[in-house]
Write a protein that binds this ligand. Structure first.
Ligand code: ZN
Length: 102
């Protein structure tokens, strides 16, 4: 299993999971069950999307990136810490959690 996406919420995670499955990549949402207790948990307990086959990571990220680009008009940004490409809505790097401005 490998994490490919950190979602804003359970709904967002489900959309991404369905998108990957639609393209033949087996994926699962982790952290989804925490949503019932929201408000009692730290803000960083976001649901995340994981793929079963790590070899499909690049393809999965590409699919997610295209999906997000089609959905949002904002620009992606590149993490200065690890070089990962992040979606415009993210305030921190999805891969290493570094702040966007650092
Ligand atoms: Zn990073």
């Amino acid at each position: 299993m490998k994490r490919v996406y950190s979602a804003e919420n359970a709904f967002d995670a489900q959309i991404i999971r369905d998108h990957l499955e639609h393209h033949g990549i087996a994926a699962a949402v982790h952290g989804n069950m925490l949503t019932g207790a929201i408000g009692e948990l730290p803000m960083d307990t976001r649901p995340s999307v994981w793929i079963e086959d790590p070899d499909l990571y690049e393809r999965a990220r590409d699919l997610i990136g295209r999906f997000e680009n089609a959905r949002a008009d904002g620009k992606q940004w590149t993490c200065r810490h690890c070089g990962e490409t992040n979606e415009p809505a993210f305030e921190i790097c999805w891969a290493c959690a570094a702040d966007r401005e650092t």
